[in-house]
Design a protein around this ligand. Structure first.
Ligand SMILES: C[S@@+](CC[C@H](N)C(=O)[O-])C[C@H]1O[C@@H](n2cnc3c(N)ncnc32)[C@H](O)[C@@H]1O
Ligand code: SF4
Ligand code: SF4
Length: 558
């Protein structure tokens, strides 16, 4: 990224993709200038952008607005981003979150979706800025999110507050933090006002010179506060309001960190004066994200950023550490040493763990009689029976996103991360088994998962109903131990399944399973699996710590 900026070339994808899903909003906050009536991208167009970003290697999706919850398809978009392994940070005013919508959010894995609720003061101040009654509605939305996650048995989701620090809330800002802490928010992002030429005082929210001494003391206190997540810009804040902040005291990364799509599909960025619409450089309806990222039009815009003379404190675009020689050298050393460490790890002999590690690629079975499969088909334009009699249709519906798996799949990226961690710890299982409660061949990234599991076990076992066993699986599965358990319900396919099963040397039935064995569930939890179905105990979360670390606490098969 540093080199990208230095030579103004796109050497890496953006850190995140931002999309204004809409510019409509149910509120009209004093300081906000972003809402107006504008054409919007369709659900299909947005899902396509998410797909492009995921295949390109973008890691973070940032849906913005307007108010994202005014779109009724918001949850579909979020669920899709999660399935494509993007980490989503959703910013919302929270007032439209009903219990039903919170339940749909709770179906999205907590490690894939993080939420920021905008709260700009205690009740009277917040309502003064955002409208009467909005504070209670936002807090109610927050509590519904927490309750829905608890009902779904989810671990705690990262739900933070975005709180602008302004002249009307400075006196109560520490009390606001105490309130938010008591509510159990995960952290607070302190935002700083920007203003337009039309309203330089931002409805009385802008700090006046007489406020500045107390602002200085407050910023010092906030920089030490455990709930505050973004401390780096705080020392600059008093000078920002004193209008004594030099241009680009911290170098700006607008145009290198973020690809920002407006509601109508135009791609926009800061024009050097915080007017994003004036920085339009193309449209996603005319070019792919990658083409836009490499376009001469964006290069020209980036030149403006590099020489931007506007005193600015847009924390999202500041990357002070990127211009520190020590940070760059440390980062470079870490980047160079990682492949070396991986090579050394591969060269050293691994310890073989006698036993099986099961990976649950999904918990949805391809069995039309199973309640989860029936629930899945409740929104399908094609009935469940018709689909199971024509399995290609099932995959087609999955890929066209008519079937919302919602609860998701164990991402190929997570499997690769588990493999790398085990390699580094020099652990290899005798058998890695792609099975548990769901049908592994339903996984949309099966080839990538297949690639990754080779490094986890000496032997790969696949237990499948056989219904989705297709020609392109044959070459992969030939080297595996394959068990075919069905499909009893699709008579017309018995012959096809039998032929394909024979070509991969599959056995009929189910393998005997260890009575107690470790299994990684679709949402990344290492569990102690008892028998074939019961979930006895969660041992840890591989998205938070390496499997090998969890493993070292695990008493079996060591
Ligand atoms: C434009 S809103 C869109 C999302 C959603 N409607 C909300 O209010 O959270 C995104 C963020 O921008 C912040 N924001 C709006 N106007 C601002 C301003 N003049 N200065 C700084 N932040 C602002 C909001 O507080 C919110 O956290
Ligand atoms: S809720 Fe968000 S988008 Fe709507 S007016 Fe307020 S800050 Fe702007
Ligand atoms: S420093 Fe601020 S005004 Fe200048 S380009 Fe970056 S975001 Fe825009």
């Amino acid at each position: 990224m540093y080199a990208s900026r230095a030579i103004n070339r796109s050497l890496a994808p953006p850190d995140w993709l931002s999309i204004n899903l809409t510019l409509r909003c149910n509120l009209s906050c004093v300081m906000c200038t972003t809402c107006y009536d504008a054409p919007e991208l369709s659900r299909g167009e947005i899902l396509d952008l998410v797909d492009q970003a995921a295949t390109w290697g973008v890691k973070v999706f940032n849906p913005l607005g307007g108010e994202p919850f005014v779109r009724s398809d918001l949850e579909d978009i979020l669920a899709h981003a999660a399935r494509r392994d993007l980490y989503t940070t959703l910013t919302t005013n929270g007032t439209l979150i009903t219990s039903a919508r919170a339940a749909r959010i709770a179906a999205i894995p907590v490690e894939k979706l993080h939420i920021n609720l905008s709260i700009d003061g205690l009740e009277a101040t917040h309502d003064g800025v955002r409208g009467k009654g909005t504070f209670q509605r936002t807090i109610a939305g927050y509590r519904r999110l927490r309750a829905a996650d608890a009902d779904a048995g989810n671990p705690r989701r990262k739900i933070c507050a975005n709180s602008i620090l302004h002249a009307k809330n400075a006196d109560e800002y520490l009390d606001l933090l105490a309130f938010l802490e008591a509510e159990g928010v995960s952290g607070v992002q302190v935002l700083h006002l920007f203003r337009s030429d039309e309203d330089a005082d931002v409805g009385g929210m802008w700090f006046s010179p007489s406020d500045l001494p107390k602002l200085e003391a407050l910023c010092a206190a906030l920089a030490e506060h455990p709930l505050v997540m973004n401390r780096h810009a705080l020392p600059l804040v008093p000078r920002y309001y004193r209008e004594g902040l030099g241009p680009l005291e911290a170098p700006c990364w607008a145009g290198w960190k973020e690809l920002y799509v407006n509601a109508d599909g135009s791609v926009i960025m800061c024009d050097g004066k915080l007017d994003f619409l004036a920085g339009r450089y193309g449209s996603v309806r005319e070019q792919t994200l990658r083409e836009l990222w490499r376009s001469p039009a964006l290069r020209a815009r980036r030149e403006v950023v590099k020489s931007c003379a506007t005193p600015c404190i847009q924390a999202c675009y500041l990357r002070t550490e990127s211009d520190s020689a020590t940070a760059i050298a440390t980062g470079l050393a870490a980047n160079l040493s990682a492949p070396l460490r991986a090579r050394v790890a591969r060269a050293l002999p691994s310890r073989r763990v006698e036993g099986t590690l099961s990976l649950e690629l999904t918990d949805t079975p391809d069995d039309p009689d199973h309640p989860r499969a029936r629930a899945l088909f409740s929104t399908s334009p094609v009935g469940i029976e018709a689909c199971f009699l024509a399995p290609e249709r099932l995959l087609d519906l999955r890929d066209r996103r008519y079937l919302d798996f919602g609860r998701g799949f164990l991402g190929a990226g997570v499997v690769a991360q588990v493999r790398d961690g085990l390699r580094e710890a020099r652990i290899r299982f005798r058998t890695v088994s792609l099975t548990w409660r769901g049908e592994p061949l339903l996984h949309p990234e099966f080839p990538e998962v297949w690639e990754a599991v080779q490094g986890i076990g000496e032997q790969v076992r696949v237990v499948t109903s056989g219904l989705l066993l297709r020609e392109d699986h044959v070459s992969r599965l030939k080297s595996a131990e394959v068990w075919i358990t069905g499909p009893a319900w699709a008579e017309p396919y018995t012959e096809q399944v039998t032929t394909r099963a024979a070509s991969v040397g599959a056995r009929r039935g189910r393998p005997a399973v260890d009575e107690i064995a470790p299994a990684l569930s679709w949402d990344g939890h290492l569990t102690r699996r008892v028998g074939d179905t019961a979930l006895a105990e969660r041992l840890g979360d591989v998205l938070k710590e390496p499997l090998a670390t969890i493993w070292s606490r695990y008493p079996l098969h060591r």
